[in-house]
Design a protein around this ligand. Structure first.
Ligand code: NAD
Length: 497
């Protein structure tokens, strides 16, 4: 039984340890390693998590295999009814869920609530599947009928990152579960607590025991999931380095795999852009969730003279209140990485317009803090221009023309998101046609395609085929059975008779 998370403020609040959930039972993982779950605002532990071994994964697969046999017999419509109920419980508990996300990840309460809202939108897509997943049928010759049905794969797994502990699992669960699969979720070991609440809600919504399992852990657990012959498909969201490893390893054992990786998102700003809209939007994009979003702005490509817009961005950045407008960084290791990128860019000649190093909210005694940081005159040679920093740092690179801006962006191996700020339809159209990115925005800094549109990048930001959300997600978690049938002697003989 999961107790209520009682926090209704940022005050340090302990919670229960993260455990595995297998066959409808809460059980301890069997690994030797136990990690503290650190509240990043305080830099203090709020719970622990024990790592799972290959034996734990095997136990979860066995329980899931048994549960999948019955679950796939449920009509798709009834499976979707579980999503309807889960949606209601998520709305009922939204404050509790948001505070838990905020406490384990560090993002401010309003951002955590937005994360739950977006997760609910994904559940709503799951509710709509009975209206979308009817399949097709056609009389292909006299008396012969062909029909296509979407069949489940069996037992499938999802591996998720630290930055959206409640929402990213919901990129996967609605389509996979309504599609008739049993699902093994491997949360990030840095933020495993929200997954306990997800299980509590789906259990209350009537999901049969064993259909959703949790295996807490890290690398060893992920490798066991990739290797296990009883798992048919793996979806992954995280860094590009690990996405490539998981994609290769899962495919090597014959699994279907879709692995979303990291990002280095460019915002192209041209002189005719609306200054207010652009400055507001750029700051929101690079500082939201402390820059720990795969859709966050990371490079601003300043085309020609946009000094007035850069000044407005600097003014807004400097006015932000750390702790209230932007939360801490999730881990202390990330603080070191982010700070090192700023130091290095400065040493290589970038100008630090707003410096978040050593910034802390008033009265903060601990915690993992970096304030929003604006780097100007960054050049392509500097790692800050091409590495994923994954923190509240915007690198401004100056170019003369839109062509140069597009070429610079397209030299990045990543291809998650890209935006242009302009009042010219011609410029907008051109950039949208030519940039190498899967999710593009015009005057929008975080161009997330909302449901029912599918979420997914290009190039080194996604390995596999299709998007993870929307209809593509349903196709990923299901396979098509083609049935051709004839119920009487065919009078007009053809090659099919
Ligand atoms: P990560 O790659 O370090 O970890 C992701 C998952 O992989 C975790 O569950 C972790 O336990 C596991 N893992 C870590 N190292 C592993 C290894 N060596 N072998 C096997 N498994 C391993 O990513 P993160 O730090 O949790 O998340 C941040 C990254 O995720 C950023 O790069 C961000 O851009 C990316 N991200 C991408 C998207 C997207 O939609 N493309 C969305 C969210 C986050």
């Amino acid at each position: 039984m999961i107790p209520k998370f009682e926090a209704r403020s940022y005050a340090l609040t302990p919670f229960i340890d993260a455990r595995n959930y297998i066959g409808g039972q809460w059980v301890d993982a069997s690994g030797d390693e136990v990690l503290p779950i650190i509240n990043p605002r305080h830099g203090q532990p709020m719970a622990n998590v024990r790592m799972s071994t290959a034996a734990d994964v095997d136990a979860a697969v066995k329980a899931a295999t048994a549960a999948a046999t019955d679950w796939k017999e449920w009509p798709l419509r009834e499976r979707a009814h579980v999503m309807y109920r889960a949606r209601e419980f998520m709305l009922r508990d939204i404050d509790e869920l948001s505070w838990l996300v905020s406490h384990e990840n560090g993002k401010i309460f309003s951002e955590a609530k937005a994360e739950i809202d977006k997760g609910i939108e994904c559940v709503e897509f799951g509710c709509s599947l009975p209206n979308l997943a009817a399949g097709t049928q056609l009389e292909v010759s006299r008396g012969v009928r062909c029909e296509v049905v979407h069949a489940p794969l069996g037992v499938v797994a999802g591996i998720v990152p630290f930055n959206f502990p409640f929402m990213v699992p919901l990129w996967m669960l609605p389509q996979a579960l309504v599609g008739g699969n049993a699902f093994l979720l491997k949360p990030s070991e840095q933020v495993p607590l929200s997954s306990l609440e997800l299980v509590r809600i789906f259990e209350e919504a009537g999901l049969p025991k064993g259909v959703l399992s949790l295996v807490q852990g890290g690398r060893e657990t992920v490798e066991a999931l990739c290797d296990h012959p009883g798992i048919e498909a793996v979806a992954f969201v995280g860094s590009t380095r690990v996405a490539k490893l998981v994609y290769g390893r899962a495919a090597a054992s014959g699994k279907r795999a879709l692995c979303l990786g990291g990002a280095k998102n460019h915002l192209i700003v041209v002189p005719d852009a609306d200054p207010e809209l652009t400055a507001d939007n750029v700051v929101a994009s690079y500082t939201g969730c402390a820059g720990q979003r795969c859709m966050a702005a990371s490079v601003m490509v300043a085309v020609g003279d946009v000094q007035h817009i850069i000044d407005a961005i600097a003014k807004r950045t400097a006015a932000m209140k750390l702790g209230d407008d932007m939360g801490p960084i999730t881990t202390s290791a990330s603080v070191e990485r982010i700070t090192a990128y700023i130091d290095q860019a400065e040493q290589l000649g970038a100008k630090v317009l707003v410096d978040g190093r050593r910034a802390k909210p008033l009265g903060a005694e601990g915690g993992h803090w970096v304030g929003p940081t604006l780097l100007d005159h960054v050049t392509e040679k500097m790692p800050a221009a091409h590495d994923e920093i994954f923190g509240p740092v915007l690198s401004i690179v100056r170019v003369d023309t839109v062509e140069q801006a597009i070429a610079l962006e397209n030299r990045s191996p990543y291809g998650n998101a890209s935006s242009v700020y302009t009042t010219s339809g011609e410029v907008a159209r051109r950039v949208m046609n030519e940039v190498e990115a899967g999710m593009c925005g015009v005057n929008i800094g975080v161009p997330v395609p909302r449901e029912p549109f599918g979420f997914g990048g290009w190039n080194d930001s996604l390995f596999g085929h299709g998007n993870i959300t929307g209809w593509d997600g349903f196709l990923f978690w299901t396979r098509q059975r083609k049935v051709t049938s004839k119920w009487s002697l065919q009078k007009d003989a053809t090659w099919m008779s």
